[in-house]
Design a binder for this molecule. Structure first.
Ligand code: H79
Length: 577
């Protein structure tokens, strides 16, 4: 009988959990064309230029002949990451183009043997990481390799499209044996301790091959973690989609790789930089959900991290100097939903309230602990008045903080709450002090009957497949104020772009009342989280809720042949008139 597979991560994962914030570096010979080929700007992400411009192997390989990053300074790169409050650094050792950015004795298509630069800069980077106390980690594209025979997407097969069957099992196995394993071994033996190997795009790799790679890494360096994209969910932690921000807390260990502009590898004309505010909003949002933020820079072919990236990272660092304790070593918010005023993280008996917009009074419902003290991290001497009440009829605990009129700190102000013990919170969705009620689908009961497919919440917290009247999602939630409410359904998109669910007929039951409607998803949900995975709010109209206390809600898709990607149901006090 087969032994049950033990997928417990090494104990070393503790450093990764505590880190919360890391630097991704996409650097390769694609930084030479920097997004332009034969005078044309090639759309989409820069490190994909070989594929997107349909370059031949000799054409692309010639770029190595001019790759000479004389301005590269390992110490400076690592210092920038450190200043930003990043605790690990993941650099592309080999991307899908197949070119090794390290010295690879097993394969001559590498920086030492094929470029005029001729030096193994990973050695310098390893040294700088040790000096500054960051974990050195390597990205390695284990399945896609457009250069090596047998690799997924090898250019002979490109014209067929790489989403079509792209690998022949035997040449792929040979490629794993002859290129991937020797190179992974080099990465794990030439540079001292490696924090993790960031495998990516596990197209066409079998489960056995993913497991074999995992074992191979752990055998060479038992403390080295293996990223979720090794394939088949056998990594030491999970990887969300590129730039994907979950809508709620995720169980287990997860990370989101993300861009500072819209590319990973350097493109000379991508100036769509996110603001410092947006970057901090994302960092804080992810931390509040227990997710690591791996934020990318794409250095130029000269070896320079673009100035707009550096200036943003340094500003993040200034914020971290004051507020880093709310991020490093923190865990997800004990509340299972997002707040409308900001985000929360936790550490032992401390809660951190992270406010992007200042408010002189902050109210929070559902905290059952006694708050012993509240402190503003940016102004520790300011007195924050704390008031806690309990309404016996509705069993609502309300905490009121008087923060004062003057904003403390920049970008996101942080209040630390010291509790009488580990946080104890109400687990049902609660009406918020603002009057709104959010019913996230990841907190719902999921029901399917009559042979309908079982409903499932995806890793980003959305329900992808609500369709047909036999399936429903239900919630119990607590309301403090009876009254007239405006109901909205928030829908997401399972894939980039599009609106999943627009035009479909749903029915929302709240207590004895029903609201029927066809979703018209024309209100875009604003915010940093939805830039790459948009969400839309569709109004269902008004509904009366006559009683306070615990209420029941149910949503069904009466006619949704294509399925509905559901994020949440929102109730907001209806405006009079
Ligand atoms: O390394 C970065 C990306 O290159 C890599 N993951 C992050 C961390 C990645 N590999 N594949 N993908 C992301 C999915 C890419 C899809 C696309 Fe395309 C590439 C969209 C546009 C270019 C392939 C070519 C699909 C459409 C055209």
């Amino acid at each position: 009988m087969a032994k049950t597979l033990d997928l417990t991560p090494p104990a070393s994962i503790k450093w990764w959990r505590d880190a919360r914030f890391g630097m991704f570096i996409h650097w390769g010979i694609y930084s030479v064309p920097a997004g332009t080929w034969k005078g044309k700007r090639i759309p989409s992400i820069g490190e994909w230029i070989m594929y997107n411009a349909k370059m031949s192997i000799p054409e692309y390989a010639a770029l190595a002949g001019v790759f000479n990053p004389v301005k590269f300074d390992a110490d400076e790169w690592v210092s920038i990451a450190k200043r930003a409050g990043m605790k690990y650094l993941v650099i592309t050792s080999k991307h899908h183009d197949g070119f090794a950015m390290f010295h690879s004795p097993s394969n001559p298509y590498n920086i030492v043997d094929a470029t005029p630069y001729g030096k193994d800069l990973m050695k310098a980077l390893a040294k700088a990481c040790r000096k500054h106390g960051l974990k050195l980690c390597f990205y390695y594209s284990q399945a896609q390799d457009w250069h090596a025979p047998g690799g997924a997407g090898h250019w002979d097969e490109v014209d067929g499209g790489w989403w079509k069957p792209l690998v022949k099992p035997e040449p792929f196995a040979k490629y794993l044996k002859d290129k991937v394993k020797p190179q992974v071994k080099e990465l794990l033996t030439q540079y001292g301790p490696v924090g993790l190997i960031w495998f990516d795009t596990p197209v066409a790799i079998t489960r056995e091959q993913s497991l074999d790679l995992r074992r191979f890494v752990h055998k060479l360096q038992p403390n080295c973690l293996v990223s979720g994209r090794v394939g088949h969910d056998v990594g030491d932690y999970g990887s969300l989609g590129d730039n994907q921000i979950p809508s709620g807390p995720v169980k287990g260990d997860w990370e989101t790789p993300a861009t500072l502009n819209d590319t990973w590898g350097y493109k000379s004309y991508d100036h769509n930089w996110k603001s410092v505010q947006t970057l901090l909003d994302l960092l804080v949002d992810l931390a509040s959900k227990g997710v690591n933020y791996l934020l990318n820079v794409g250095p130029t072919s000269a070896g320079i991290i673009p100035k707009p990236s550096v200036s943003r990272l340094l500003k993040i660092g200034e914020w971290m100097d004051i507020n880093g304790e709310a991020i490093h070593g923190s865990s997800a918010s004990p509340f299972p939903y997002e707040f409308d005023w900001g985000r929360m993280t936790a550490k032992g008996k401390r809660l951190y309230l992270l406010l992007p917009k200042w408010r002189s009074t902050l109210k929070i419902n559902g905290l059952r602990n006694k708050v012993k003290k509240a402190t503003l991290l940016a102004d520790p001497r300011r007195r924050v008045k704390v008031c806690q009440t309990h309404d016996a009829a509705t069993d609502f605990h309300t905490l009121t903080l008087n923060l004062g009129g003057k904003r403390a700190g920049k970008y996101i102000s942080v209040v630390a709450l010291d509790l009488d013990g580990p946080a104890k919170v109400e687990t049902l969705p609660l009406q918020q002090p603002s009057g709104t009620v959010v019913l996230p689908v990841y907190m719902a009961g999921l029901h399917s009957a009559g042979g309908a497919p079982a409903l499932a919440i995806n890793r980003a917290g959305l329900l992808d497949n609500l369709k047909g009247p036999q399936s429903s999602v239900t919630w119990d939630f607590k309301l403090a104020q009876p009254g007239e409410y405006e109901a909205k359904v928030v829908i997401g998109c399972p894939h980039h772009g599009g609106k999943a669910g627009d035009g479909q007929r749903v029915v929302l039951t709240l207590g004895d009342h029903k609201l029927r409607g066809v979703l018209k998803a024309d209100e875009k949900v604003e915010g940093a989280r939805t830039q790459y995975f948009p969400e839309f709010a569709a109004s269902l109209g008004r509904i009366r809720l006559d009683q306070s206390g615990t209420l029941h809600a149910e949503l069904k898709a009466e006619e949704a042949p294509n399925g509905l990607a559901l994020a949440s149901v929102h109730l907001a006090p209806a405006k009079r008139g």
